[in-house]
Structures are given as C-alpha cells and as structure tokens.
Design a protein around this ligand. Structure first.
Ligand code: HEM
Length: 427
C-alpha cells in the first residue's frame, strides 16, 4: 500500500491553500505517492486511482466489481436516474434514451443550439461586461430543455435559475462528505419547485400532442411520472452543468492565450465565410476541435468518477477492499507527465491529426459501456456555441485569475469576466 509520509502531507496541504482547490493536493499525492493512494481524512477515506491501466479496469475490464449507485446526495436527488442506477434497470433507461441522442437528430438540434446562443448574446449591449460562466449556463440550459424536452424556458429562466443552482449545490462536495447525515437545510423549497416544474412538463406532454424528443421516448416507454422525473432531472443536470463548465473554461483559456484565440477567430472566419454554423459538421476548422479537446483535458468538467466497490480490486500499488469508495481521477489522468508533454500547459496542437494518445489516457467522457450518453451532443454543442459567439462577438478578458472550484463539475471561479464587442462579420 502506498503511504503518505508527513512531508508529502505538508506539500499537499500547501498546494491546497495555494491553488485554493483540493486538486492541487491531489496532484501532489499523485506525483509523490503514485497512481494509487487513499485520502486520509477522518470519516472520509476514499481510494483514488488514475492513469490508463486503472481507468481501463474501472471502466471496462473489472467494471462488474463496482457500482455507480452510492449512498450520497447525488443518489438522494436523482433517485432512479440513469446515472445512479446499475444492472438491468440502468440498461433499460439508457436504451430508452439513447435513440434521442442519435446523430440523425443533430440537424434539428444544431438549429436550436444556434438560435438559443443568439438569443442569449443578443441581450448583450455593446462593450458590456459579462460573466461567461453565467452566460454559458443560460445557453446550455435553454439548449438542453428545448432539444430534449421540447420546452422553451426563456421566460421561465428567472423562476428556475435558483432552484437549478440549488440542486447543483445540493450534490456538490460539502460537509456531508464527512458527516453523511448532516441536516441539509435550505434546499427543500427550491428542490420542490424544480420537481413541480418537471412534473408540469410531463403532464402537459401527456395531455398534448407527441413530439420527437427524449421526453417522448420516456413517455412512450410507459415509465411512471416519477421515473420520468428522475431521468429528466439527470439529463438536465448532467447535460447542462458539464457544457457550462466546458464553455466557461474554454473562454477562460482563450482569454489567457491571446495567440490561440486570434488564430481560432481567423480560422472560423475563413471556414464560415460569413455564414452561420448551421450544420452539425463539415464546416469547422480543426483548431476548434483541438481547443475544445485541450480545454477538457486541462479542466475535465467531470473530474472524477465515483464508484462503490463490491468485490476486492487490485491496482498497481495496492488493493481496494469490498465496501470502499473508489474514485478514478480524470483530472489526474489528463495531467500524468508520463503520457502528456508539458501537462499543465494549454497546447491545442497536441490533438492535431496524426498524433495519438494511448487508450484510456484521455477520458473526458469516461469510457466503456457507460461512457457519457451525451458525449456527441456535448461536443456538437460546444462547437456550435463557441463558433457562433466568436463569429459574432469579440471577447476581451478582464479577469485572468480563476481557481478550479470543485462543485458538481469543475468550474472557473469566481467567473470569467469578459467585455463583449459586437463584430460586423455576417453576410
Ligand atoms: C462537455 C460535456 C460533457 C462531459 C465532459 C461529460 C462527462 C461525462 C462523464 C465523464 C461521464 C462518466 C462518469 C463516470 O464514469 O463516472 C458522463 C456520464 C453521463 N453523462 Fe455526460 N458529459 C457531458 C455532457 C453530457 C450531456 C450533454 C448529457 C445529456 C444530454 C450527459 C449525460 C450523461 C449521463 C446521463 C451520464 C451517465 C451515463 C450512464 O451511466 O449510462 N452528459 N458524462
């Protein structure tokens, strides 16, 4: 078993304070202890693994030794959502929803992605200062609700904004990690508002005409309203909080790397030629994809996968007994110096075609049979939203210092403040 010596403990603590994020401490432990260690906190001592061999084990070859369902607030909130169920139940929900995320739908989704992006940006006045963390969330929320559930929530944003943020806060790491039964005060009303809102959408759909979207697939599968609510809330949170983080980090990285920013805008102007990015694919410059991939490498929106071990597992460096909590760290895998040159630097070209990474070193969407159900959707969305915003606005970064906040996703805090100037680039 790899041991954390006192000097490593001191360095981990210093990194925690310096980076204002537990990620700093985890990086120290990974570098000094290895790809397998246990976090030695009172009442919370999960095992952490990283790197391709461990990722492959957790995600593919030994996945039957772990459960996704844990005893934590994520399960309390999402109940029987596809993210926190296992076995046949999980496979059934996933099979019901997967067809709605098939590439054949992306033509229609692209139109919504473009329209909702324009909707949010057209509310900006010229030279206004905006927080791209907040603006990205608005865009991602409008997109997920309209594409998957057929509702335009623009007018309801003020009403559902706080309940959604509260739901995200409810499942974010907090004191409950150390004291599982700590009273969770101050959530009940907002979580109920969100539930009522989703139930209203289900009731309206049952009473109205069918549509071709994910909600319809859930209804047609004859699931109960409660189970439909669980899947909707899961898709709503997993499908918009991640995209929010990805977009916000990408704006932060472009703001702090002006040369890449400039090259990307030029490449987009050239490939779009004044036309809107209106098709799912075929128009995007390679650099756009490289920037998105590199953004997810440095700041994977989901930075760890959380598992409950149900049969002893062996890793290089030690074993995890049945009953323990196991994290596979996407963040640490993406910065492993054995597999990435200059791992902490933003170098989109590392994803140029012709270069390839060993399998399971890059896992922003997880892997194996339970790989992110929205991976293609999330990437298509990032391409359209970024291309459209960079085509129509010039973004001037105002705050360059952010820290990686470990919420439900990894977020750039306190935010990504930018001045937006309207560009006259459209034909
Ligand atoms: C940039 C965007 C996204 C990122 C980085 C991301 C990342 C991930 C990761 C890493 C996992 C696996 C976690 C693990 O192994 O523990 C996952 C699972 C999942 N994601 Fe995403 N995701 C994104 C977008 C989306 C979108 C757009 C949706 C919905 C449309 C979505 C819905 C889900 C669901 C339901 C699961 C659980 C799948 C299952 O267990 O079968 N995600 N995501």
């Amino acid at each position: 078993m790899n041991i954390i010596d006192p000097e490593t403990g001191r360095q981990a603590l210093a990194a925690l304070l310096r980076e204002r994020s537990p990620l700093g401490a985890l990086k120290v432990l990974y570098a000094r202890v290895g790809r397998f260690f246990q976090i030695p906190l009172p009442t919370f001592h999960p095992f952490v693994v990283g790197g391709p061999d461990a990722n492959r084990k957790v995600l593919v070859s030994e996945r039957k030794k772990v459960l996704w369902r844990n005893t934590d607030p994520v399960t309390d909130l999402l109940r029987d959502g596809v993210l926190v169920t296992d076995g046949e139940m999980h496979d059934h929900y996933r099979a019901v929803m997967e067809p709605a995320l098939h590439a054949s739908f992306f033509g229609a989704y692209t139109k919504t992605m473009l329209a909702q992006t324009d909707r949010v940006s057209s509310a900006w006045t010229n030279a206004q200062t905006v927080d791209m963390l907040v603006e990205s969330r608005k865009i991602a929320l409008l997109i997920i609700m309209e594409t998957l559930f057929g509702v335009d929530v623009w007018n309801d944003l003020p009403r559902i904004w706080t309940p959604i943020l509260k739901a995200i806060q409810y499942i974010s790491p907090g004191m409950w990690i150390f004291w599982r039964r700590i009273p969770r005060l101050g959530y009940k009303k907002d979580l109920q508002t969100l539930d009522d809102y989703l139930h209203r959408i289900i009731t309206d759909r049952r009473a109205g005409s069918p549509k071709k979207d994910l909600l319809q697939h859930l209804i047609d599968a004859r699931l109960s309203d409660e189970v439909i609510r669980d899947q909707m809330l899961t898709m709503l949170i997993a499908g918009h909080d991640t995209s929010t983080a990805l977009l916000a980090w990408t704006f932060h990285l472009l703001g702090t790397h002006p040369q890449v920013h400039e090259r990307l805008v030029l490449a987009l102007d050239e490939s779009l030629g004044g036309q809107a990015p209106s098709a799912p694919s075929g128009w995007q410059p390679r650099l756009l994809d490289e920037v998105i991939k590199e953004s997810m490498r440095l700041y994977p929106p989901i930075h760890i996968g959380n598992r409950r071990v149900i049969a002893d597992m062996e890793f290089e460096g030690g074993s995890v007994p049945e009953g323990e909590r196991l994290f596979y760290s996407i963040y640490l895998s993406h910065r492993d110096p054995e597999y990435w040159e200059a791992p902490d630097e933003f170098i989109p070209e590392r994803f140029s075609s012709g270069r390839s990474q060993p399998p399971f070193t890059y896992v922003p969407f997880g892997g194996g049979p339970r790989i992110c159900i929205g991976a293609a959707f999330g990437q298509a969305e990032a391409r359209i939203v970024l291309a459209r915003l960079l085509q129509t606005y010039k973004f001037i970064p105002l705050n360059k210092k952010v820290h990686a906040h470990m919420g439900a996703t990894l977020e750039p805090r306190p935010g990504v403040m930018m001045r937006v100037l309207k560009r006259e680039t459209l034909t």
